[in-house]
Design a protein around this ligand. Sequence first.
Ligand code: ATP
Ligand code: MG
Length: 578
Amino acid sequence: MRWSQTFIHTLRQDPADAEVVSHRLLVRAGFIAKVAAGIYNYLPLAARSLAKLSAIVREEMEAAGSAELIMPAVQPAELWQDSGRWTQYGPELLRIKDRHDRDFCFGPTHEEVITDIVRGTVTSYRQLPVNMYQIQTKFRDEIRPRFGLMRGREFIMKDAYSFHADPDDLDVAYRAMERAYRRVFARCGLRFTQVEADTGNIGGSESHEFMVLADTGEDAILSCTQCSYGANVEKAQTGALGTAPPWPLDRPDRPREVATPEQRTIDEVSTFLGIAPEHLIKTLVFETDKELVAVLIRGDLEVNEVKLGNALDCRHLQLASEQKILEVTGGPQGFSGPVGLAGVRLLADPSVMELAVAATGANLDQTHLVGVVPGRDFVVHQVVDLRLARDGDPCPRCAGRLVERRGIEVGHVFKLGTKYSKAMGCTFLDAEGADHPMIMGCYGLGVSRTMAAAIEQNHDDKGIVWPLPLAPYEVVLAVLNSDKEEVVRAAEELYGQLLGAGVEVLFDDRPERPGVKFNDMDLIGFPVRVVVGKRALESGEVELSLRRDGEKRTTPVGELVAAVTVLLDGLRAEVVKA
Ligand code: ATP
Ligand code: MG
């Protein structure tokens, strides 16, 4: 392709609304252009990268036994009423009406539509399993669309769904999908990790996320340095806590009140009383869509609100206001404690119940209690893991330690179970003629987000450094002195040779200054570049370099195709085969 025949327009300035590097570079390098908040044009360069990524995804989906279909973007409300999600989904669901005033939505995901396809057709265990995928535009009216393609409102997703007669069969498909995802991201040339993920209120039995590793990632992930354990921070467990320092005070028969004027935080109380945070019980009051609850955790630890939300089976939760805390505990914020606390559900992390003796708030202004014995001085309604894992914590599986890294969620696989099949009557007859809901899995991969994630991971201060498999063109050929006829003729000749050899090359035939061309090549990030200039040509040579290191090599004009092939083969060999 010739530059003059495609549509590539780079910008000098960063877009004002770009907070992350992929957004900045995708816009500046002419890949995307904003249409509205979270809605973008994918310009020709982006269309090429997305097509390459989609081709890899298609190959791996087919290899995993999933068949491509295309479902509609616009879905009737009736299907969502059937599953119960018309009322549950909230404002992320873009609801629309047709000319007859009938309700529709723009699909944020396709469980309803696919379940409708299968329930109408598959009736016997003999027709199972079913596994299908599509690559399609989704719409989610995200509260804060940002970061360009990373969190768009309209975006491209590959979504696959599978239907099974029993959990073992689902497991087979799930493992095949996990493998396919690992192969997709490895074939894209990305550094990624697979982690355990929270199954949330869908209540599925197993879920994994695929994270492209990048310091700018929105997600925190914890992985063990010694074994294969890895989890999203929302889900991460930890091993047993180390032994606490000895309790520094006496052990009274009953808790004793001590005055703690203006000492509210764990650090303040710990210093003031001379008691390590490991001996303090932190009491937090949360408000959910259903109730107020008090949550206990050891003073040096933090509460994981996702774990808490799961334990409470609620949709929203937040820390209670000062007023509510006063109403529930009788004392001001900063002085709450479990002793004598009635009329509210009490949840504790195991770290609290393992304490032999502790200090905590007294539910009285400016007062704490010391010598509190869990179980003796208070009981709780539920003991459940509520702890937020952090860097350096012990691994829950082995003697290793967890390290925290940042990642971008590019894929999510999920054992759904029977949530949709039960709600929507998607059942089959087994060999004995008994009716059962099908067991489902769903598998999402953010296609447009993966393109952005590739840039978050692969860029420098000049622009994008595409991993070869996702580059819009593998090679750029630039003619520097386009006013010199013999130079242009030589470049045209070389362009023809590269095309003839099947090299995927973009010919920068624009009558631009060399500085402009070099800047554009750097910004767009073609992995291999060839420069045809007057001076080198005089000695029968052209210049070659890799975007990655910029190191210049020269090659005789007659050997260009061979030299480019060697460079491309080298880059290809680096892309790990999963
Ligand atoms: P997130 O937690 O980032 O909002 P999600 O859990 O809502 O993601 P899924 O419903 O699992 O996402 O969707 C499957 C995949 O689609 C995600 O792994 C992600 O790669 C992609 N995706 C989800 N929301 C967006 C978005 N707003 N913009 C771009 N890609 C998205
Ligand atoms: Mg989301």
